[in-house]
Design a protein around this ligand. Structure first.
Ligand code: FMN
Length: 211
């Protein structure tokens, strides 16, 4: 099984984080989770999840939010200011990291190598160790600064995967839209999940009666 880092920054899109965490844990993977202060604020606003920043007491609350009954030991919560945590060092092997959602602020810090907190430091480590780093950015419209920072992280090896679902699978619920993005994230991390629906073409065939 793999070992993945999930960073949650203060952008809108907490349901994406929830689905990705569920997918990783359900797949039997180990997860190191670090949440920025603004990320905690967004979790409270969007999911009603009130975290204090005390990683010991937050741990059961996060598991309850995820609906995880067993396998809680696979998840480790790390504090954003704990820059001495395992994931701050390249010697601690991981199979990749996703920042979901990723704010414009965290994108900027990663793009410029400003490792002021554990989340950005872990991302910086992934880049220097040439490990997979996925940034699920969420902002609209995008400024030239956002676009330049996206270019910079892409040049450095990260994948910018905006939290923008497609509609070609004809989603019937918000959860369908969330799952589409989460499925793509898990796929890019190399994790199997039932969330990813491959596009095999429209039905009925669009051009069948044109001859
Ligand atoms: C409810 C809520 C939603 C937000 N949505 C976004 C967003 O979608 N994108 C973004 O870049 N910032 C968003 N912000 C602002 C960031 O949280 C803010 O810039 C913060 O300083 C980012 O800190 P971080 O990058 O350390 O997490 C939001 C803030 C709140 C409270």
């Amino acid at each position: 099984m793999g070992r993945y880092i999930v960073g949650i920054a203060g952008a809108s899109g907490a349901p994406y984080a929830k689905r990705v965490l569920q997918g990783l844990l359900a797949g039997g993977h180990d997860v190191k989770c670090v949440i920025s202060e603004a990320g905690r604020r967004v979790l409270e606003v969007e999911e009603g999840l009130l975290l204090t920043g005390n990683t010991e007491t937050d741990h059961p609350d996060v598991l309850e939010w995820l609906g995880v009954k067993s396998g809680g030991t696979q998840l480790e919560m790390l504090h954003h200011r704990d820059v001495a945590a395992s994931i701050a060092s390249g010697s601690f092997h991981t199979d990749g990291m996703v920042v979901v959602p990723c704010s414009g602020g965290t994108l900027a810090k990663i793009a410029t190598g400003v490792s002021s907190g554990l989340l950005e430091r872990a991302a910086d480590v992934c880049l220097k160790e040439r490990r997979k780093l996925i940034l699920v950015t969420r902002e609209t419209p995008l400024s030239l600064i956002h676009l330049r920072n996206m270019t910079a992280v892409t040049e450095a090896g990260a994948i910018v995967l905006p939290g923008s679902p497609g509609y070609y699978h004809r989603p019937s619920s918000v959860q369908d839209l969330v799952d589409m993005v989460a499925g793509r994230i898990l796929s890019h991390l190399g994790v199997d999940s039932a969330l990813l629906k491959e596009w095999t073409g429209p039905e009925p065939p669009a051009y069948a009666d044109q001859d």
